[in-house]
Design a binder for this molecule. Structure first.
Ligand code: PMP
Length: 395
């Protein structure tokens, strides 16, 4: 008899991938759907990985990670005020695997995980696959989608174990300000929660210094930072991430890494080491390019009738509300794809409360971004015109 577990059967395939596949039928499609840098990994990293392959770095690595990479990471994190050393680090197969391993390590069946929404869709399957219950905490458009302690607190029950934070945020681009981090840290301590702080966009920050909740008093004992080389170093395909956290969690998580992977692929780790040790200029240029593109898209969107949007503080996403034009972001996204061949991702896929928003990723070059904005503007004007036509005073 063939049988698939109900937990897996009930997961849905990624809406982001579905939309991108549908776009493939149009030759002139522009996709603002995919959340990955369009730049290739810089050459010096590829060269270093090649040389390391030739030099024999072709064996399993230790489950905890390549010792040189761990040491280089510890040094680089300390320069950014992060607590801890090698004993607090674990290399993972992207932040994705860090999330999966963390949930498996921390959750009993039925434990609850708070997900301020909109959120990265994949948190939900990670929690479910570990037997936990994902609980969306809907945030307000008007508050800029910034999670505050007062939003979180009413959702805490005796089963709540984890609060997930993500700053800069996918899909909103929001950055959690320092005073909100202070409040959230106090709440986590008072209610004995572990915070999973997803910081994969920390180096794509448009203003100021990055602030992590792990640096708040007492938080190093209960915060697991998820990070990776994917976004900041244009290394999505190498699949190297890491976790920074207290030893009471990291030492147990090591068992999950050991039994799920043996080790993260050795060459990917050597490439990550080269990224840490080499010239930082290409990564700074990438972050500057994302800031430039995001500012351009923001300026275009605020000029479009019926669109409301917040200026992103980091990442490469914008998350406008199209409610004044079309309450259903999915219908908006589908129509935009059919009529103008531009892919955006409907808000419902990012959790409760975001149904009339859509996500735009600035992951195409400026020329295509300009063309995409022209097409979007045309589409929005058409929708707006239709709507005005329906108003009685317009006859
Ligand atoms: N967290 C967030 C918020 C993301 O957007 C992504 C990738 N889209 C990940 C984690 C996973 O990244 P990776 O596994 O490539 O490190």
């Amino acid at each position: 008899m063939q049988k698939i577990s109900s937990c897996v059967r009930e997961l849905r395939f990624s809406v982001i991938r579905e939309m991108s596949m549908r776009a493939a039928q149009y030759d002139d499609a522009i996709t603002l759907g995919i959340g990955e840098p369009d730049m290739h990994t810089p050459q010096h990293i590829c060269q270093a990985a090649y040389q390391d392959a030739c030099a024999g770095h072709t064996h399993y690595a230790p489950s905890k990670g390549d010792p040189e990479l761990l040491q280089a990471l510890a040094t680089s994190l300390q320069t950014r005020n992060n607590p801890g050393g090698v004993e607090n680090l674990l290399i993972t197969h992207g932040a994705m695997h860090g999330l999966a391993a963390a949930m498996r390590t921390l959750l009993e069946v039925g434990d609850e995980v708070l997900l301020p929404a909109p959120h990265f869709p994949d948190y939900v399957p990670h929690v479910r696959l570990a037997g936990g219950r994902p609980i969306d905490v809907p945030l307000d458009f008007d508050s800029g989608f910034v999670p505050r302690a007062k939003d979180i607190e009413p959702h805490i029950t005796e089963r709540t174990r984890i609060l997930v934070l993500n700053s800069p945020n996918n899909p909103t681009g929001a950055v959690i300000p320092g005073d909100a981090l202070d409040e959230l840290a106090e709440l986590a301590k008072a209610r004995d929660l572990v915070v999973i702080s997803d910081e994969v966009y920390d180096r794509i920050l448009f203003d100021g210094e990055y602030q992590s909740i792990i640096t708040r008093p007492g938080m190093a004992e209960r915060t697991l930072v998820m990070n990776s080389f994917s976004k900041a170093y244009a290394m999505t395909g190498w699949r190297v991430g890491y976790v920074l956290g207290p030893t009471w969690i990291v030492e147990q998580m090591l068992k999950v890494v050991n039994y799920t992977l043996a080790s993260v692929n050795t060459l990917g780790q050597r490439a990550a080491l080269a990224a840490l040790q080499g010239d930082v200029a290409p990564f700074q240029d990438m972050a500057t390019e994302f800031a430039h593109r995001s500012a351009y898209v923001y300026e275009r969107l605020i000029e479009m009738p019926g669109i409301r949007v917040h200026k992103p503080g980091g990442s490469f996403y914008l998350f406008p509300s199209v409610a004044a034009l079309e309450a259903d972001g999915e219908r908006f996204a589908n129509q935009l794809l059919e009529e103008e061949h531009v892919v955006v991702i409907p808000g419902f896929s990012f959790g409760a409360g975001a149904e009339s928003c859509v996500r735009l990723a600035c992951t195409v070059d400026m020329q295509r971004l300009e063309e995409a904005m022209d097409r979007l503007e045309r589409f929005v004007h058409r929708l707006h015109g239709k709507q005005r036509g329906m108003l009685p005073e317009d006859g």
